[in-house]
Design a protein. Structure first.
Length: 195
């Protein structure tokens, strides 16, 4: 699940996109993106509610949707990583499903991601997403990390230990500081492979 801040950043990016479309007199597209910005803002509120009321929200686990990670998502992710790497050097990239109640999220780690630059990093994520225009790519499934993050360190460790076997899938177990139901690691980006 994306965090409140991540949803707010996505909403901010969509508002700026809508403003640009308004200036270009593209009314329908601006209206659509403004609505999506509102949706992202509401999702930020939902995240707060779910955290406060998790026992109530997740009481009936049998109704939770279990989604697989499919090849189209993996391929769209590869295109996205290649595009993003042109603007933000990507050191590690992977999909992770943290628990049976969560979905798959694409994590991207870079040395340029810091607490002070998180909004700028999500701006670059949005730009890369627009550039690839792939229907199998979902912007809200992207999380950016600094390379000091435990999840990024875990991915870099797999690159070091198993470089000949990446891309690879890791089944249930601990990954970084999370219990992971599954992890799919992309091959190391070119910059990482050289270091």
């Amino acid at each position: 699940m994306l965090t409140r801040v991540e949803w707010q950043c996505t909403a901010d990016v969509r508002v700026r996109d809508a403003e640009a479309l308004l200036k270009a007199r593209r009314w329908s597209a601006a209206y659509y993106l403004a609505g999506y910005a509102v949706e992202c803002g509401l999702k930020a509120c939902v995240v707060v509610y779910v955290k406060r009321n998790a026992d109530l929200v997740f009481r009936e686990k049998k109704y939770m949707y279990r989604e697989p990670l499919v090849i189209e998502q993996i391929e769209a992710g590869r295109k996205f990583i290649d595009e993003l790497d042109q603007y933000v050097p990507v050191r590690a990239a992977f999909w992770l499903k943290a628990s049976e109640d969560s979905g798959w999220y694409r994590y991207v780690a870079s040395e340029q991601v810091t607490a002070q630059k998180i909004r700028a990093a999500y701006g670059e994520v949005a730009r890369a997403s627009r550039n690839i225009q792939d229907p199998n790519f979902a912007l809200f499934r992207v999380k950016v990390l600094g390379i000091g993050d435990p999840l990024a360190k875990a991915a870099l460790d797999v690159y070091r230990r198993f470089s000949r076997r990446v891309p690879t899938r890791v089944r249930a177990g601990e990954f970084g500081t999370l219990g992971a139901e599954g992890v799919y690691l992309y091959p190391p980006p070119a910059a990482t492979a050289r270091t």
